[in-house]
Design a protein around this ligand. Structure first.
Ligand code: NDP
Ligand code: BG6
Length: 513
């Protein structure tokens, strides 16, 4: 009985939030993302009873893989990457619903075979199935997949109904404004916008969702959340890893495309947007687009330059010497690809005019940490300065996105004693302490939301285009400059001098997260 409650998927029950009977089809199912994130996410949804009772998974790829072999591949991926120990019972039920279809992404006949397989599942279960197509291939094959989903009629299945087909599309969504617009056109030739789920896995992170709760479920923040009280905002997405084995991709991408245009811009939009009228997808995304539209074009050179870029040089990480970017495998010795980027953004609206938003991201930095730090204006310190000449710290509210997820607030407190001396103190809230540490992975939430039809945590077409509109001129400028103006930083440091200069120009400095 207890088992029935823990694993409702096993018994044909579901606590799911309304997903109709579904078949998830993963294109690129033999790939790294499928093994590390997607299959473990689907397994954990099954484990939690969040999949519809009538659920099926189909892998799709070029190599001929029998169903049984794909089931073994999936089992191995779950064993290695699931956040939880797999339960044999839950996996057995999922395994019998896990199939594989092989064929080329540009081969219409393969999509017809896929359609026939889905029709067979529907016949067996006696009801229509929603098809959720997850495009998890390199971007070079996004377009042929979309075209064949259109040509085979799979994209238009049950159009306008609860179980209509949907598509999740992986990043990178374009490499500049023109290619993002072209991809949006490919998508909207075959899918309505309501069927499209552009993924940014940062939106699936628990702490990123909590940012909205903290902002809009607590009345103390909103009155202060503006240019009258906030001095500036720093958004840091720092990685300690280097390019690893991904130079093939990264050499074409660089930090601005890989991290800033999507993940950090999303963090900025959620921090700076106006309160939406409701939490439905369109209301939230309308507000994000509005604030992205208010960001001023970046100044690309001269004394007012708003951007900095750099490459990691040799250095020390975790006590060990590490290579510089140019020495990494498959990196051109003359590469101008930036592994670090920082931007100073101005939002020209009523709420934020005059409040700089600083964004930075990079690889081979001092440690892995992502945070949004909201720095408030200093209190006038004269009352206490007489007694101890101390300088009061500026209050800082920091949302720690990862790791060690939490929220902290720096306040000034009186040091106990007969004199009135102050010291900054930190109030800390840690998720793990309050809620335990086994939180769902981003992809669990995102796959479930797409099944349910909730696009709140996905990027709308106009949103991605607006973000590219800001970043594309920067990329074009950097491409024209080549290595001229490309700064460097020692691996294991917090970034280059040019990033410090961006803030110093306003009398600010990066905080150490
Ligand atoms: P892979 O490079 O592992 O490719 C996935 C699958 O696509 C391969 O197994 C292969 O399947 C097929 N494929 C690969 N190259 C080609 C090609 N040139 N032409 C046609 N098919 C090809 O990608 P990932 O799994 O790492 O990533 C998938 C998507 O997710 C990408 O868009 C990536 O940017 C994005 N992503 C990945 C992350 C990760 O951690 N891996 C993180 C964030 C986003 P087969 O040969 O069986 O057809
Ligand atoms: C991906 C980037 O989108 O995000 C990677 O392509 C990066 O380069 C990764 O390492 C970081 O994600 P996370 O969730 O580990 O912070």
């Amino acid at each position: 009985m207890a088992e029935e409650v823990r694993h409702p998927f096993l018994h044909g029950l579901s606590k799911h939030r309304g997903a109709p009977p579904t078949v998830v089809v993963i294109f690129g199912a033999s790939g790294d993302l499928t093994a590390r994130k997607l299959i473990p996410a689907i397994y954990n949804l099954a484990h939690d009873g969040l999949l519809p009772a009538d659920f099926h998974l189909i892998g799709f790829g070029r190599k001929a893989i029998p169903d049984a072999e794909f089931q073994q591949i999936a089992a191995a991926a779950i064993k290695e990457f699931s956040r939880r120990e797999p339960s044999p019972e839950v996996w057995a039920r999922l395994a019998e619903r896990t199939l594989y279809v092989s064929g080329g992404y540009d081969e219409k006949a393969a999509f017809d075979r896929l359609g026939a397989r889905i029709a067979g599942l529907e016949k067996d279960s006696g009801q229509p199935l929603q098809s959720l197509f997850y495009v998890s291939t390199p971007p070079s094959v996004f377009a042929p997949i979309l075209q064949n989903l259109g040509a085979s009629g799979l994209a238009a299945r049950y159009a306008g109904q609860l179980n209509q087909s949907k598509v999740i599309i992986e990043k990178p969504f374009g490499k500049d404004l023109a290619s993002a617009q072209a991809l949006n056109r490919e998508l909207t030739k075959v899918f309505a916008e309501a069927q499209v789920y552009r993924i940014d896995h940062y939106l699936g992170k628990e702490t990123v969702q909590d940012l909205l709760v903290q902002r809009f479920a607590n009345s103390i923040f909103e009155p202060l959340w503006n240019r009258n009280f906030i001095d500036h905002v720093q958004i840091t997405v720092a990685e300690q890893v280097g390019v690893e084995a991904r130079a093939g991709y990264y050499e074409q991408s660089g930090c601005l495309r890989d991290m800033i245009q999507n993940h950090t811009m999303q963090l900025l939009a959620l921090t700076a947007m106006e309160p939406p009228v409701s939490m439905d997808a369109e209301s939230v995304r309308d507000e994000k687009v509005k604030v992205l539209k208010a960001i001023q074009p970046l100044r690309l050179d001269g004394a007012d330059c708003d951007v900095a870029r750099a490459q990691y040089a040799e250095g020390v990480i975790g006590g060990k010497p590490v290579k510089g970017y140019l020495q990494e495998l498959d990196v051109s010795p003359t590469s101008a690809t930036e592994t670090f980027a920082a931007l100073r953004l101005s939002i020209n609206n009523w709420r934020w005019q005059g409040v700089p938003f600083y964004l930075r991201s990079g690889k081979h930095l001092a440690r892995r940490v992502s945070e949004i730090a909201v720095r408030f204006k200093r209190a006038p310190g004269s009352l206490f300065a007489d007694s101890d000449r101390s300088i009061l710290a500026a209050n800082t509210l920091a949302f720690q996105i990862q790791p060690d997820e939490g929220l902290s607030l720096v306040l000034n407190a009186k040091i106990p004693g007969l004199e009135t001396r102050t010291q900054p103190v930190k109030m800390n809230f840690k998720y793990a302490t309050t809620f335990g540490s086994n939180t769902p992975e981003a992809y669990e939430r995102l796959v479930l939301d797409a099944m349910i039809g909730d696009g709140t945590l996905f990027i709308r077409g106009d949103e991605t285009e607006r973000s590219w509109q800001l970043c594309s001129p920067v990329l074009a400028h950097w491409a024209a400059q080549g290595r001229t103006g490309l700064d460097s930083y020692a691996s294991g440091a917090w970034g280059p001098k040019s990033a410090e200069a961006l803030l110093a120009a306003n009398g600010h400095s990066w905080r150490e997260p």
